[in-house]
Design a protein around this ligand. Structure first.
Ligand code: NAD
Ligand code: DAO
Ligand code: ZN
Ligand code: ZN
Length: 370
């Protein structure tokens, strides 16, 4: 079939909205009609050329929601008409990783997904001239129709609105999951969140849900203060306005250091500050941000010797097929909020405007509606 898609032709160039060819689903695969997709900082990271794993030409996008259009041979858990959220972290429920409760990093299709291919080692997308186009993160939600492995789809309730729940495909789950699954924040904790963008605000709402007593938000953009407060932030710190070093300032503000800190910027200097503002003896710092190619983190080992812990989290430690439908339920039951974070919507033809809004720091989430 032909489908409309935003093609990333080359790193550093704008997306090209065009028709592409899409082959139907093979064994174990599913054809999905994407109804809405968010634009995440990670799409921008890959498009910019900073992603060492970035492959072009590709169809980006990993924060979608849609409807199953057709299933390939052997697919048993989904049928046409089911509402689904694509998962860039799949859940096969059989591999060593899925069977180990300590991780959510299913490895069943990792190598082909990293090469921009379906599990059989081929792509379903080609240009109208027949040239290959790579998949992205196994999801490629910047296409009206896309093909995914069955294990990379979470089936969700049919009454949930696509234009909001697409955000659960990355930002919401990553932020709330970092709090609940990775840090396992306890009631009464004092916490610091660096970066109040699409991920950091969800960390903040996760902390509110977990019953944290103090939620400090740190961002260089003063416009983020109001939104942070809207989701439960108790204190705002703009590093540009702090006299002297930021770390001792935050340690003082949190009365000895944070029980939990979170980096949602991707900046390695910020990651160091996040670790070092954690409480001596027990403070844990969670890295969410994805740093540029070749960047390294550093601290004095004594920071760890004296009890601080550094951890990372991918997709908030969530097991997608199991956890994503529950997060959709939380949204539908009013336990979490999404609507105010979706600051802009646009058609696929205007997708580059969504990237511009992100560059200017004017959006939290832009969502493309098909
Ligand atoms: P975003 O651009 O919406 O937000 C980043 C925020 O950080 C902005 O508000 C910006 O003003 C602030 N910031 C930048 N530099 C800062 C500094 N030095 N000090 C304080 N604040 C600073 O991005 P996002 O969509 O929220 O994504 C955040 C990061 O998380 C990115 O690196 C993204 O790639 C990553 N990410 C990771 C996962 C995962 O599973 N680990 C999932 C999704 C996104
Ligand atoms: O299993 O080796 C692996 C890697 C899994 C990829 C996890 C992606 C983590 C974060 C990227 C940002 C997502 C938008
Ligand atoms: Zn994302
Ligand atoms: Zn697995």
């Amino acid at each position: 079939m032909k489908t409309r898609a935003a093609l990333a032709v080359k790193a550093g160039e704008k997306l090209e909205v065009t028709d592409v060819n899409l082959e139907g689903p093979k064994a174990g695969e599913v054809l999905v009609e994407i109804k809405a997709t968010g634009i995440c900082h990670t799409d921008e990271f890959t498009l910019s050329g900073a992603d060492p794993e970035g492959i072009f030409p590709a169809i980006l996008g990993h924060e979608g929601a849609g409807v199953v259009a057709e299933v390939g041979p052997g697919v048993t858990s989904l049928k046409p008409g089911d509402h689904v959220i694509p998962l860039y972290t799949p859940e096969c429920r059989e591999c060593d990783y899925c069977l180990n409760p300590k991780t959510n990093l299913c490895q069943a299709i990792r190598s082909t997904q990293g090469q921009g291919l379906m599990p059989d080692g081929t792509s379903r997308f080609t240009t109208l001239d027949g040239d290959p186009i790579f998949h992205y993160m196994g999801t490629s939600t910047f296409s009206n129709f896309t093909v995914l492995p069955e294990i990379a789809l979470a089936k969700v309730r049919p009454d949930a609105p696509f234009d909001k729940i697409c955000y659960i495909g990355c930002g919401v789950t990553t932020g709330i999951g970092a709090v609940m699954n990775t840090a396992k924040v306890e009631i009464g904790s004092r916490c610091v969140v660096f970066g109040l963008g699409g991920i950091g605000l969800n960390v903040i709402q996760g902390l509110r849900l977990a019953g944290a007593d103090q939620i400090v938000g740190v961002d260089l953009n003063p416009d983020k203060k109001a939104m942070g407060e809207r989701f439960g932030m108790t204190d705002f710190v703009n590093p540009a306005e702090v006299e002297g070093d930021l770390v001792p300032y935050l340690v003082d503000l949190t009365k000895g250091g944070a029980d939990y800190s979170f980096d949602a910027t991707g900046n390695v200097d910020v990651m160091r500050a996040a670790l070092e503002c954690a409480h001596k003896g027990w403070g844990e710092s969670i890295i969410i941000g994805v740093a540029p190619a070749g960047a390294e983190i550093s601290t004095r080992p004594f920071q760890l010797v004296t009890g601080r812990v550094w951890r990372g989290t991918a997709f908030g430690g969530a097991r997608g097929r199991t956890d994503v439908p529950k997060i959709v339920d939380w949204y539908m039951e009013g336990k979490i909020e999404i609507d105010p974070m979706i600051t802009h919507t646009m058609g696929l033809d205007q997708i580059n405007d969504g990237f511009d809004l992100m560059h200017k720091g004017e959006s939290i989430r832009s969502v493309v509606l098909y």
